[in-house]
Unconditional design. Structure first.
Length: 98
């Protein structure tokens, strides 16, 4: 199953020191590289104005996706918020298969 995750920093991130923000980002990047190397994370897009992201994950179930997201350092520490949306294939291009 594919899931779209919309994530962003919250007010807690803004209150962190620049050094803590940098260390936090590096830990987030490391987790993303881990998931990418395992085929769980497919892509990430950055939205510069909002300091937010949209990513595509592969997971066996919503519960699996929730556990992947919960394991991110920013989620654990409470300075990142995320929304999970299950993505279904668009059938409009081949309506006979829907």
């Amino acid at each position: 199953m594919q899931f779209i995750v919309l994530g962003s920093f919250n007010d807690k991130f803004g209150k962190m020191s620049p050094a803590d923000q940098q260390a936090g980002m590096e830990s987030e990047w490391a987790k993303s590289r881990e998931y990418y190397s395992k085929g769980l994370l497919r892509q990430i897009w950055l939205f510069e104005a909002e300091q937010s992201i949209m990513s595509v994950f592969e997971a066996d179930s919503r519960e699996h996706m929730e556990s992947l997201l919960a394991d991110y350092p920013g989620m654990k520490a409470g300075w990142v918020t995320g929304e999970i949306r299950k993505a279904d294939a668009y059938g409009g291009f081949v309506p006979d298969l829907v």
